[in-house]
Design a protein around this ligand. Sequence first.
Ligand SMILES: Nc1nc2c(c(=O)[nH]1)N(C=O)[C@@H](CNc1ccc(C(=O)N[C@@H](CCC(=O)O)C(=O)O)cc1)CN2
Ligand SMILES: Nc1ncnc2c1ncn2[C@@H]1O[C@H](COP(=O)(O)OP(=O)(O)OP(=O)(O)O)[C@@H](O)[C@H]1O
Length: 246
Amino acid sequence: ADCAIASGVSTLKPSPPKQRAKRRKISGNNRFILIGRQLTVNPPLYDPLSPETDQQLRPNLRRELIAKRQALPDLERRDAELTERLLQVLDALEPETLGAYCATRGEFDPMPAVTQWLAAHPECTLALPRVKEATKEMTFFAWAPGEPLRPGPYGIAEPTGEAVLNPTTLLVPCVGFADVGLRLGYGGGYYDRYLAGREEVYTVGLSYACCELHQLDMQPHDQLMDLVLTEDGLYGLDALSLTLVD
Ligand SMILES: Nc1nc2c(c(=O)[nH]1)N(C=O)[C@@H](CNc1ccc(C(=O)N[C@@H](CCC(=O)O)C(=O)O)cc1)CN2
Ligand SMILES: Nc1ncnc2c1ncn2[C@@H]1O[C@H](COP(=O)(O)OP(=O)(O)OP(=O)(O)O)[C@@H](O)[C@H]1O
């Protein structure tokens, strides 16, 4: 079944986005631990990491994953495959306002797919984030391919306009991910903070297959991605519940 899901994007039948009132969520203050495809609730089946140990390990994990993706062979093929998959998912979701990002540190660059999709769907508006380091806030501003960008915090390019937009579909870069849609970012908590209370936003994580994590403690503030795309497959709770039609 894994292979069928991984290779079957073009035959997937996602439900129309308008029927999705809220982003998928696992509620409550329980401690969730992910082992393979199993999401375990208290009491865990194995000794979990203490929160302190988990917090100490995360910076190393981030460094390792970033180094791994920056050393990936066949990057051109992988990017072409991920671009194709992203285009298929955009076709299925038909976003009204699409939030994207300017790739940094070896992240998958969504712009080739986004630019191509926008050219065919001029009714869709694009937005890019600007962050405030002091408050760890993120705001999305309208931007179109070709418009100016300026360097922002962390060396990430930012839009220069003043029109605030609230994306209905958000492309989210993931340093690491677990298959239910759990995400590891750079540690600023920007996306978790932005998405808290915005459950109507449909989230599409983007990562490479080598950054899949098989064990990651879920933190109370973690926002699940509805889908995660890599060059090899489709993950997240929406992917797991999708049926394949041949
Ligand atoms: N392309 C892109 N743009 C993005 C994000 C992203 O992940 N990718 N963001 C997603 O949030 C926001 C920026 N978030 C960031 C948060 C922290 C660091 C950072 O450099 N952190 C420190 C310490 C990290 C740690 O605790 O391990 C560092 O790496 O030195 C960089 C970006 C907004 N824009
Ligand atoms: N909704 C929230 N409200 C307040 N603080 C939050 C919220 N979400 C996350 N945080 C805080 O942000 C910090 C970083 O969170 P985490 O380690 O999950 O970041 P990340 O998702 O890897 O990073 P990023 O989203 O920037 O790429 C944590 O200390 C966490 O407590």
